[in-house]
Each structure stands twice: as structure tokens, then as C-alpha cells.
Design a protein around this ligand. Structure first.
Ligand code: IMP
Length: 430
């Protein structure tokens, strides 16, 4: 049985939640491998509509084991709130296991994230303000606190004593804010650790056993390939590797064990936060794509910010497909394009006299490129009730086929609405 990595292939918000929910119901193990509560997965299934930030989407199936892997950064309070919400709605959280190696988002991370953003002024990144960047920075500087540390009084106190000294200097001297109390922070995080203790464990044996037994395993991605710390539109990126390599590293599964990388592409483009966006639209076409007034309007799940929207960018998508070894794509929200008379796809970037096939690395160049568009006829027919590929209007089939050809991956799934059953499965994933 395969190990499948499902990853976002644009700037996040590709509609991964619905697909993960569909596939999670067939997987026996679902692993969240990176990012933190900057992510927001909207899941609509027979049990209701849910917004998940840290908990893997396999939580709705009583037969699925869910793991938060070592590569995730965890805000314990946010996780406990999410678990309480699920329990209040009758969902069991017993089968959730949290890696003891995962790093903790501490209160100073959240404060510093917000203070750094403020001090960036016009150059702000537009982070979610959840402490993600500072938490990953501390992990790399080897000053992070891990979930295992919350369960060991002496270790927690010793690590906090050293780290808080530095953080308090930053908070008071650089940002003129109040210092954090060692005593209060220690007691609060010790208590949070106790509340999560039954879930915190070494997840490696759980993962390895599932692979050995050949059970279907789903690696649940958050964010998207264009927000990748190495391959994204730096510095307007998140602080982790959300792609296929990040899945291996963040879950602790070697690349030879992954059978398929499923890249999720929205049928158009969206972005929250700052940064270059070559195919961005304003005006009436943007309003169609934004779906204002609909429950599934293009508004960020985590921060409630209005998403920026634009045409499908095949230059960016092809790059993400290549960097991540995506073999299969899922194209989501096709129905959003139902009313448009014509639809554009960006097939190249014009730079002075040349047309670039790959995105340039710098913000200055990426902001200066002029998209080269191919214009395809729209279908102007509602598709949200269609369940078979060959039911789709010819123009919609052609649009999807063109995207697959341009990015160089086979078609796996199309979604035509937010419900679990509004998916057209073209190729078998599990
Ligand atoms: P951070 O991850 O909070 O540091 O934010 C860095 C950038 O990534 C910002 O532009 C965010 O809007 C974006 N970002 C982070 N997580 C997500 C997500 O789950 N969906 C879409 N954008 C995200």
C-alpha cells in the first residue's frame, strides 16, 4: 500500500483540507509533518464543517491513527483548544499522537513574530502572527524547547532560564515591552505539557510499524510549495519546507518509502500576505474568483484576511511540480470558473526581450515580469453537480488537460465544490 505525500503546489489555500479528508478516510495513518497553526484546513464531511489548524484530518475516522510529526511547531494552547472543540462535537481525539521531538511555540515566539512584523513597516511579510518564524529560528539556533521538555520539570526550567534571559533582553531593550516571568512561563508550560501528556510520545515506532505492515499512509501537507523557505518567493515565505522533502524530514520517512507525491493546485491562483504575484487580478474578474458572499469565499481560514486572486500560473506550478517530484495533481475549485466566458493561463514570463520558463529568484525581477497568457474558452455551465470527468463540458476537460500538460504531471482528482462527494477521481490514489 502506498505512502502518499499530499502537498500544496501554490501559495497555500489550494483546498487541501477537502482532499485530505477524502483520502484520510482511506488511510490508516495520517501524519502532519510541518508548519504549525499558521495552517488552516477547512474540512466539510458528513460530521459537519470543521476548521483544523494542527490536528491531522484523519481524526474524523475511528480507524485512522493521527500523528503530529517532529517537523511541526506546536502552540500547546492552540492545540488544546482545537482538541476541546473536536471533543465538544463528539469527535474522539484518542488516536492522536504528538512527536516528543516537535518544537513548542512559546509566548515569546508569538510576541516576537508580531513585533518583528511591525518593525518591518512597508517591508512586512504579512505573517499569520502565530510565532512560526521565531519558533523555527530557535529550532535551527538550537535554543528551541521541544514537546518532550514540557514533560520534564528540570529540563524545562533549565532551558527556559537560559532562553528567557536572551528573549527578555530582546523584548525589553529592543522592543521596549515587558519581560516574561520565568516562574509563570515555567508553570504555565509545565501545566500545558501535563494536559497533552497522554498524546506525547516517540512517533517513530508508530510510523515505522505502519510502513512495515504496508498500511496506507498519508502525509498531510500544510502551506504550499511557493511558500517554501528554499524554493518559494523568498523572503515572502513561511519558515519551513512544506513540500515533499519537508514531508520526509518532518515525518521521519526516507524518500525511498514515498510512492507518490500528490500536488494540489487550485484552478486559479490565490495568495494571502505580501509578496510578488505575477498573475494577480483586480476588478470584476477578481470578484468572480474571490466568491464574495459565499461561505467558501477566498478568505484566509487562519487570519480571516481577504486572499489576493489571479489567473492560473503554469510557470510557478511547473517549477513546484519539478522541485517536489509531483507525479499526480489534484485540481480544485474548478466550479469557481463556471461563469467565465474565457479563462487565462500564464505560460511564460516576459522579461525585456526574452520569455522565461522558470520564476526568477528575486522579488525585484519577479515583480517586473509580464505574464504571457494563453486564453482558453470558458464553459459557462455549472459543474458542481458533476461526478465523472467525461460529464464535464469539453472546455472544462480541455482546461484541466492543458494545466496537466503545462506542469508535466498526470491528473488524479478534480474538485467541483467543498463537499467530500464533490470530487471527481480520475486516477486511484489509495
Ligand atoms: P508565517 O508562516 O505565519 O510566518 O507567514 C509567512 C507567509 O506565509 C505569509 O505570507 C502567510 O500569509 C503565509 N502562510 C502561512 N501559512 C499559510 C497557509 O496555511 N495558507 C496560506 N498562506 C500561509
Amino acid at each position: 500500500m502506498p505512502v502518499v505525500a499530499l502537498i500544496g503546489a501554490q501559495w497555500g489555500d489550494e483546498g487541501k483540507g477537502g482532499l485530505v479528508d477524502l483520502l484520510a478516510s482511506r488511510a490508516r495513518l495520517v501524519i502532519r509533518y510541518g508548519g504549525g497553526n499558521n495552517a488552516g484546513h477547512t474540512v466539510v464531511n458528513p460530521l459537519g464543517s470543521f476548521k483544523l489548524h494542527l490536528v491531522p484530518s484523519g481524526i474524523f475516522d475511528p480507524n485512522t491513527v493521527n500523528v503530529i510529526g517532529p517537523g511541526v511547531v506546536i502552540d500547546p494552547e492552540a492545540l488544546l483548544n482545537e482538541l476541546r472543540d473536536l471533543q465538544a462535537r463528539g469527535i474522539s481525539t484518542e488516536r492522536l499522537f504528538i512527536s516528543e521531538r516537535a518544537h513548542v511555540i512559546m509566548p515569546y515566539h508569538v510576541q516576537l513574530d508580531q513585533l518583528q512584523e511591525e518593525s518591518r513597516g512597508a517591508g512586512k511579510i504579512g505573517t499569520t502572527g502565530r510565532g512560526i518564524g521565531p519558533a523555527y529560528a530557535d529550532k535551527m539556533s538550537r535554543t528551541g524547547i521541544r514537546m518532550a521538555d514540557l514533560l520534564h520539570e528540570e529540563t524545562l526550567l533549565n532551558r527556559l532560564r537560559t532562553v528567557l534571559e536572551e528573549k527578555n533582553r530582546l523584548l525589553t531593550r529592543l522592543y521596549n515591552t515587558k519581560p516574561l516571568s520565568l516562574h509563570d512561563t515555567y508553570l504555565r508550560y509545565l501545566d500545558l505539557g501535563h494536559q497533552l501528556a497522554e498524546h506525547i510520545t516517540d512517533v517513530h515506532p508508530i510510523i515505522y510499524r505502519a510502513i512495515e505492515k504496508d498500511l496506507p499512509v498519508l502525509l498531510e501537507g500544510a502551506q504550499g510549495g511557493l511558500l517554501d523557505i528554499d524554493h518559494g518567493t523568498y523572503p515572502y515565505v513561511t519558515s519551513s519546507p512544506p513540500g515533499a522533502a519537508g514531508a520526509c524530514q518532518g515525518a521521519g520517512i526516507g524518500p525511498t518509502r514515498i510512492h507518490s507525491v500528490l500536488g494540489v493546485l487550485k484552478a486559479y491562483s490565490t495568495r494571502v500576505g505580501e509578496g510578488p504575484f505575477p498573475t494577480e487580478l483586480e476588478g470584476p474578474e477578481a470578484d468572480v474568483l474571490r466568491q464574495i458572499g459565499m461561505p467558501w469565499a477566498e478568505v484566509g481560514t487562519t487570519t480571516g484576511r481577504m486572499r489576493r486572486v489571479g489567473w492560473f500560473d503554469a510557470v510557478m506550478a511547473r517549477y513546484v511540480v519539478q522541485v517536489n517530484g509531483i507525479d499526480t495533481v489534484a485540481i480544485t475549485k474548478l466550479d469557481v470558473l463556471d461563469t467565465l466566458p474565457t479563462i487565462k493561463i500564464c505560460v511564460g514570463y516576459r522579461m525585456v526581450e526574452t520569455v522565461l520558463e522558470y520564476p526568477p529568484a528575486t522579488t525585484a525581477l519577479l515583480s517586473a515580469v509580464e505574464p504571457v497568457y494563453e486564453e482558453l474558452p470558458g464553459w459557462q455551465t455549472p459543474t458542481s453537480g458533476m461526478r465523472q470527468f467525461y460529464d464535464l463540458p469539453n472546455e472544462a476537460q480541455a482546461y484541466v488537460a492543458r494545466i496537466c500538460h503545462l506542469v508535466g504531471a498526470r491528473l488524479g482528482i478534480i474538485s467541483v465544490g467543498p463537499e467530500r462527494e464533490q470530487t471527481i477521481e480520475v486516477a486511484e490514489i489509495f
